[in-house]
Design a protein around this ligand. Structure first.
Ligand code: COA
Length: 175
């Protein structure tokens, strides 16, 4: 990863910056996410605040990658509440100005390390067929396809492939 890039987790006070970056991601890469820009823009301020104020580090890891003082990318690690031992990698996005420098791979690694530290058994994600560079990145980080692409939501024409990474507690190798 680029030496001037640092990855930090978000604190409760960062909700405004999180909102700005998430809206930027949805505007720049609308096909990469199930949430639409309009949905996110219509979300009341209270909900954006609550996303961060209600955080429990045992369940959520919201990350921002900084290039100097610029928030250049984001990702969110999430423990699936109703499936024991499973986590998800969500909201991955890197500002186009900073792509191809390993920032995406750095964000994935941070979420994988966090999931391992919690003793999770697997991490999963959904990647749209419109995002081959994201899929390649996940494959390079050890994720494998966990089924055929499916329309999400059904009938939308938006085809998503589920990918999964098996984690082995205590194994600290780089995937
Ligand atoms: C997917 C994404 C997060 C990757 O971020 P990144 O910081 O570019 O990731 P990395 O630098 O670690 O790896 C990117 C790959 O693209 C290559 N690349 C080189 N220059 C690039 C550029 N200007 N733009 C994009 N990719 C480039 C990298 O070498 C690497 O290739 P490889 O996987 O074949 O080795 C980023 O492309 C993105 O935000 N895409 C739009 C949103 C998206 O698809 N999110 C995923 C939702 S599931």
């Amino acid at each position: 990863m680029d030496s001037i890039c640092t990855i930090r987790s978000l604190s409760q006070d960062d909700w405004n910056m999180y909102r700005a970056l998430r809206l930027k991601a949805l505007e720049e890469s609308p096909e990469a996410f199930l949430t639409t820009l309009t949905e996110a823009q219509n979300r009341p301020e209270r909900e954006w605040r609550e996303r961060l104020t209600s955080l429990d580090p045992k369940w959520d890891l919201p990350l921002i990658a900084w290039v100097g003082e610029i928030p250049a990318g984001m990702a969110w690690g999430y423990v699936t509440r109703d499936r024991k031992g499973e986590g998800q990698l969500l909201q991955m996005w890197v500002d186009p100005r900073f792509r191809g420098r390993g920032i995406g791979a750095g964000l994935v690694r941070r979420v994988v390390d966090w999931a391992r530290s919690l003793g999770l058994l697997s991490l999963s994600l959904g990647v749209s067929e419109t995002q081959p560079e994201a899929r390649r990145l996940y494959e390079r980080c050890g994720f494998r396809s966990a089924g055929n692409a499916e329309q999400q939501p059904p009938g939308s024409g938006h085809r998503i492939t589920l990918m999964s990474l098996a984690l082995h507690p205590g194994d600290t190798r780089d995937n």
